[in-house]
Design a protein around this ligand. Structure first.
Ligand code: FAD
Length: 288
């Protein structure tokens, strides 16, 4: 449980961090909250020769509203999101999701940017980020680009970030109409990570029928995904028990489900359906 030797730098600015990363593309790793990277280094699953600590850079931890969007800095901790009054008002899915992550210590140190970049298949944020249709700002010495949440998670522990890029910010459009949100998760009894996690954002028309549905699923497959068939099955329904059940039954359509010592593929598919039903039911009851 002792990491291999490494160098450590703590740049004061984003520009400095980008330069360090560009100079050492294969050897260096960014250090955010350290709650995924340090355990991996102790187990020698990761052996970076250099850690670039981005925790000293000012202006990477913030939550603010700008031009109808919520902007969240990559170094914002899970706890800062969980306790944000602004988010509770305009995007309550994020504080709800944060409250499910690990324990108080993990939430105090772990960051949304670190979690998204790490892309653990059982992490909570990816489900919420997909359901909210977020965009990720990735910066490198060449400039900045935006990656849609749907395109961000490419495989187990893999993202669309390229070597030399830092995830700088997460952008989420603020809903213009009454929206219901919910996150339902089955916690792994030992690790607390998501065996299955389903995030839902939906709207209803004046008659109460489902006008839009956006869903993100984590824990089930190699990477978080959008269950398109389940979303489409909800559209136009009055979100009663049978239409929600019919949609939830399609949450794993076209997906290869994970299987491990705790949950077989069949059990995971079953859990995904149950938790999709719960999350959709809760979101439907919360539209306001
Ligand atoms: P780090 O560990 O510092 O970094 C993780 C990886 O991302 C590294 O490869 C690093 O180089 C890279 N990275 C970090 N920041 C950036 C950036 N801005 N741009 C590009 N790359 C970057 N997570 C859950 O979702 N749900 C849980 O229930 C849960 N339970 C946990 C329980 C325990 C006991 C522990 C230790 C962790 C748990 N976690 C859980 C993980 C936790 O949320 C981590 O904080 C998170 O996954 C990683 O964030 P970090 O800031 O600690 O990143």
């Amino acid at each position: 449980m002792i990491p291999a030797q490494f160098d450590y730098v703590a740049p004061a600015t984003l520009e400095e961090a980008l330069l360090q990363l560009t100079r050492n593309p294969d050897e260096a790793k960014l250090l955010a909250g350290g709650h995924s990277l340090i355990p991996a280094m102790k187990l020698r699953l990761a052996q970076p020769q250099m850690l670039i600590d981005i925790g000293r850079i000012k202006d990477l931890a913030y939550i603010r509203e700008e031009d109808g969007q919520i902007l969240i800095g990559a170094m914002t901790t899970h706890q800062q999101i969980e306790s944000s009054d602004l988010l509770k008002k305009v995007c309550p899915l994020l504080p709800e999701c944060a409250s499910h992550i690990g324990d108080v210590q993990v939430r105090n140190k772990g960051t949304i940017g670190g979690s998204l970049a790490h892309a653990d298949p059982a992490a909570d944020w990816p489900a919420a980020i997909i359901a909210l249709g977020a965009r990720m700002a990735a910066i490198s010495v060449k400039g900045e680009r935006f990656i849609k949440a749907d395109d961000f998670f490419t495989n187990m522990f893999s993202t669309a970030l390229t070597p030399g890029e830092i995830l700088r910010e997460i952008r989420i459009g603020i809903a213009k109409t009454a929206t219901g949100y919910a996150y339902a998760k089955m916690h792994h009894p030992a690790s607390g990570f998501a065996v299955v996690g389903v995030a839902v954002s939906l709207t209803r028309n004046a008659q109460g029928a489902c006008e839009s549905a956006s869903i993100g699923v984590t824990g089930v497959a190699a990477n978080a995904y959008r269950p398109v068939a389940a979303q489409e099955a909800l559209l136009g329904t009055n979100l009663d028990e049978s239409s929600i059940s019919a949609a939830a039954a399609r949450v794993c359509e076209g997906i290869e489900a994970n299987s491990d010592l705790f949950a077989s593929e069949d059990y995971r598919r079953h859990l995904a359906e149950v938790y999709a039903r719960r999350a959709i039911t809760a979101a439907a009851s919360r539209v306001k």
